[in-house]
Design a protein around this ligand. Structure first.
Ligand code: NDP
Length: 397
């Protein structure tokens, strides 16, 4: 049993708060804190258990430490933005409290996400006897656990991993992102990058694609190779890996809007002067785009996220695919969320539960594939994310 502090009251924060509030035996008391308190209050009102709320600027480690001292949580779940990862980890170190997040740090002034900053906290967390679990959403998160599951039960020497992320949902808007627009656009406009034979290879953004038949009422969709943060952790944690790629679906409409926005400078992250005020064009764009948390009621269709893995197991060549499909409208009926926030918030809830119950608990800073996948995989269906497993591997080699 542990008091839980959740930081961030957006699309993902809504799911984490509601799901954790249902686990009253694990989290008897929850505080939801974010930059805008009214958003916390609205979510708290919809939660089953008692959830208190607070206003916080999590860029300020001192403010986070003060809230931790006041509320005395055993664990902080950070579902604000990646920029807040380091100040919140600093506050956890100062106060001796466990930490979990769903996205790795990136500096605001440079679109370059990497675990390198957070991994540097390992020794200090270990000495303090506290744990940080990094990247516990869906991808990164559940998919990395799928890979750990395949390694444990089917393919002990993994050679290749392809992660496929398909959002076949339709929100009826010409252009919107299903998680924070600023973070999403910074991520997908970077060069594509994949790992092969011990080296990273960089290619221009959206320059490699192929069609994949997802079945499940989704059918064929075009996927594009992009760089994604779990490739960095898997390259470190899966010994002997030869190749890893990450593919995501994008509709023609999304890509056309993105090209125009990039072309006219609206995705720039450097401050410009507008009538004597400094503004960052991408942050201004975020302010006019729909909030991911508000797309739930209008989004229809499904997500399909999973991995295809090749290698040897029991001395023979094997292939394995593990994936989840999630229906946007079912998520909305459950917790008034679209499926992208849902598929992120549920794994964060499971990670928090496994930490709070000492099932996944060792001092230091870790990624999810470093733990026994079985208890995590066992929790997924009950919280709304059933997974499927087969040998239907068909990514072009
Ligand atoms: P939203 O933009 O919907 O929510 C972010 C929330 O964080 C907002 O409520 C915002 O407050 C709050 N916030 C921002 N800055 C601060 C601050 N300085 N102090 C306190 N609160 C702050 O984003 P999402 O819910 O879509 O995403 C949340 C996180 O989940 C992101 O880091 C994202 O990258 C990650 N993610 C991970 C995925 C995975 O599979 N691993 C997939 C999808 C998302 P306000 O509303 O007042 O601005």
């Amino acid at each position: 049993m542990s008091r839980l502090l959740i930081i961030g009251a957006g699309g993902v924060g809504n799911v984490v708060a509601r799901k954790c509030a249902q686990l009253t035996d694990v989290f008897p008391e929850i505080c939801l804190a974010s930059r805008t308190k009214s958003k916390c209050d609205a979510i708290a009102e919809a939660c089953e258990g008692t959830v208190t709320t607070a206003k916080i600027d999590a860029d300020n480690a001192g403010e986070v430490s003060a809230l931790i001292r006041d509320f005395k949580p055993g664990l902080v779940v950070n579902v604000a933005l990646p920029y807040q990862d380091l100040p919140i980890m600093d506050a956890c170190l100062e106060t001796g409290v466990h930490y979990l997040d769903t996205a790795c740090y990136e500096p605001p002034e440079e679109a370059r996400f990497s675990y390198e900053w957070q991994w540097q906290y390992h020794d200090r967390f270990k000495e303090a006897g506290i744990m940080a679990l990094l990247g516990c959403g869906f991808d990164p998160g559940a998919v990395s656990v799928f890979i750990a599951h395949i390694r444990k039960h089917h393919i002990d020497q993994i050679r290749t991993i392809d992660i496929l992320d398909c959002n076949a949902g339709d929100h009826g808007k010409p252009f919107a992102t299903n998680f924070n627009p600023e973070i999403n656009i910074r991520e997908v406009t970077q060069d594509g990058k994949f790992y092969e034979n011990g080296e990273w290879h960089t290619i221009p953004a959206f320059s490699r694609s192929f069609e994949y038949d997802f079945g499940e009422g989704i059918g064929k969709k075009k996927l594009y190779l992009i760089y994604h943060e779990e490739l960095e952790t898997l390259a470190r944690n899966i010994e002997g890996i030869e190749r890893m790629r990450f593919y995501m679906t994008f509709s023609e409409e999304y890509l056309t809007h993105l090209r125009v926005l990039e072309g006219i400078g609206m995705t720039r992250i450097d401050p410009i002067d507008y009538e004597g005020v400094k503004i960052v064009p991408l942050q201004f764009l975020k302010a006019v785009l729909p909030e991911p948390g508000e797309l739930g009621s209008e989004t229809k269709g499904k997500t399909w996220i999973g991995c295809e893995v090749r290698g040897t197991g029991g001395g023979e060549e094997r292939v394995r695919r593990v994936y989840n499909t999630c229906d946007h409208e079912e998520c909305f009926r459950d917790v008034e969320s679209q499926a992208v926030s849902f598929t992120t918030g549920v794994p964060a809830t499971i990670g928090a539960k496994l930490m709070a119950t000492d099932v996944w608990m060792k001092p230091g800073v870790y990624n999810v594939e470093q733990f026994d996948p079985d208890p995590f995989m066992a929790e997924l269906p009950g919280l709304g994310l059933p997974w499927h497993e087969d040998e239907d591997v068909s990514v072009a080699q």
